[in-house]
Write a protein that binds this ligand. Sequence first.
Ligand code: ZN
Length: 413
Amino acid sequence: MEITIHQALLDPGLEKVNVGVDGGKIAIITREALPEGDTAIQADGQLLVPPFFEPHFHLDNPLLWGEVNSSGTLREAIQIYARIKKDRDPGDLVRCASIAVRESLAHGVLWFRTHVDIDPSVGLRLLQAVVEVKRKFAGVMDIQVIAFPQLGMARSPETVELMYAAMENGADLVGGIPHHERDMQDAARQVEIIFDIAKKYHAGIDMHVDEDDDPNWQSLELLADKTLQEGYQGRVNASHCCSIAAWDAATFNRIIPKVAAAGVSITTNPLTNLVGQGRGDQPPARRGVPPLDRLVRAGVNVAVAHDDLKNMFYPFGNMNPLYAANVAAHAGYLTTPDLIRQAFEMPGYHAAQVFGIQHYGLQPGYPANLLLLPVQSDLDALRLCPAPTLVMRQGRILARTQVQRTFDDCVPL
Ligand SMILES: [Zn+2]
């Protein structure tokens, strides 16, 4: 056996197992003793889980921390970025994006989706730089690029041509932002255009949807209806969906069953949206995150993503998917054991559904994609958000993190 892992705690059953990896695949998972392989890893009871996903990020703008977003709103962040992005040096973009990708990898992410702004002010320049990052990390991180028409398309008709050009020049999926159109009628027009583009390229769809506090934004319903009408079930993801938190019960009960029926996943971005949304509210205060407990209980597949890293949109972030799941759990009231489990699966099993990944999980015969987390339960993984001590992709060890902590003798036990 090329690699053996000894005494790992297999998630979710938590039995101690030994794992053999050969030819890039998991060859065996057994409770029985396993002879040491060419490389033998002592897991010492660390939790063994499959790797994570980053389903929603913007590689064109991480680490652009500088110009202060005084209001803290999404609107001001977009204005600041609009001033910067026109003159962005592609070399600097690639450098910052690469830092974000490497941080993700160190935290156990092997699959990554990035939006990239496509609009008349930048043309395809940001896309070209992000595609360069995708090529650079090929074989290490699977990066899917989403063409993102930040300014809308009904409102900015020149962007439509650019979106087609983006699909010809390295974009993998079609993005959108219907709530940045003038009204729901124009939002419907944008959704039409998005499906036209997606169908031409047989591409998936991954949109910013209703990232707003206004309950009158209900473009999620347009998207669910259109997905059913076009037979696109399972190939559409809606990110943000903040306005759900402002909907009344009748609206929620009308739209959300359609979302579930259409197989439209919702990826929440609690880190950014908790600081960017709901700032104008008097109580009852909206917090920018859809009611995750109710979505999960309604049978919706909910993933979680980072969205931004230390920039004008969001000052924090560390590319650790467990941290994002932790914040989602806080914002979404995911505090009972079954809901904590759901939160833990958001960057893993749930995001795998977003990506449509086959053979995701820990099974003999599956690719040897796995992580070792230095914790003993899903709750502790969410609570402590540790970096994996080992990140393996197809039998190759790509990253290891060792954190050493010592206490002075004066500190009592
Ligand atoms: Zn976003």
